[in-house]
Design a protein around this ligand. Structure first.
Ligand SMILES: Nc1ncnc2c1ncn2[C@@H]1O[C@H](COP(=O)(O)OP(=O)(O)OP(=O)(O)O)[C@@H](O)[C@H]1O
Length: 260
């Protein structure tokens, strides 16, 4: 694995069919950060993550310090097709795409790594099961095994614990902590603020624009959460690309609890 760099988002505006979903977001995630992205429904969290993953082209602004090939990205579960007729081993082996390319089949060593990754997420012996036979939690574990094999310096997770029970959550959280201990940058979109407070040192609060970014305790204050709700409610969903001035400096919890 190559070492991650700081990821710098500069004046990012992004959205769909010319309707911006996030506006003029500027922030920095230090290399090796364990960070959460939070905010109300529709705040633009997935949109921001897709831009960082290189899955969505910004309308305006830039992201430095990360290339798509350096990212292991877990989309929201609703975007993943579970009816695909493949086995768990085949799904997980997709994580080796950077080694295998489109045509080569995994050799014995690579199959052993697939089995090892499955054991790490508690799915020992599930290799031959097809995806449609897995429970929601088992499927999420298999997706984590695939991410593991991607061996990427940056791991981006969009609501990775949705629909999993408490035990699965704790086990997947251990996987995530291991990635962090290995020096990877791990950024997760989450709704459970207690979980964010307990397990994520850095947080970004979004409400179509950046509300605040910094140490989690300074970000998740009542005042900031109220401001995020108010901004989200005030947002005009039909707005065209805006022409707000560049906000310049990165708002940081230490000096600006009310955003820019
Ligand atoms: N593919 C798309 N086409 C058109 N609009 C989209 C698309 N994806 C998201 N949007 C819109 O962009 C806005 C931000 O959506 P996004 O999914 O980024 O928010 P989110 O904070 O991740 O929300 P949630 O917490 O509900 O998952 C929403 O108004 C949404 O309807």
């Amino acid at each position: 694995m190559a070492a991650p760099a700081d990821i710098v988002v500069h004046d990012l505006t992004a959205g769909y069919e010319r309707h911006p979903a996030v506006h003029h977001v500027s922030l920095r995630w230090p290399a090796g950060a364990l960070a959460a992205v939070v905010g109300p429904n529709g705040a633009g969290k997935s949109t921001l993550l897709k831009c960082v993953a290189g899955r969505l082209r910004p309308m305006h602004g830039r992201i430095h310090g990360v290339a798509p090939a350096q990212v292991a990205y877990l989309p929201q579960l609703s975007e993943v097709d579970r009816s695909f007729p493949i086995t768990v081993a085949e799904l997980v082996a997709m994580g080796l795409w950077h080694e295998l390319g489109p045509w080569r089949r995994p050799d014995a060593g690579q199959r052993a790594r697939v089995a090892h990754a499955l054991a790490e997420v508690g799915l020992h012996g599930f290799e031959r099961r097809t995806l449609d036979t897995l429970s929601g939690g088992q499927f999420q574990r298999a997706l984590f095994a695939r991410l593991m094999l991607q061996d990427a310096p940056v791991v981006l997770l969009d609501e990775p614990f949705t629909g999993v029970d408490a035990r699965t959550l704790q086990e997947l959280l251990c996987v995530l902590r291991r990635w962090h201990e290995q020096g990877r940058t791990v950024i997760a979109v989450l709704h459970d603020l207690e979980l964010v407070r307990a397990a994520f040192p850095l947080a970004t609060l979004l409400a179509r624009e950046l509300v605040v970014h910094g140490p989690t305790a300074a970000v998740l204050t009542e005042a900031n959460l109220l401001r995020a709700r108010q901004l989200q409610e005030a947002f005009d969903d039909t707005a065209e690309v805006c022409d707000l001035p560049d906000p310049g400096a990165v708002p940081h919890a230490a000096e600006a609890s009310h955003g820019h």
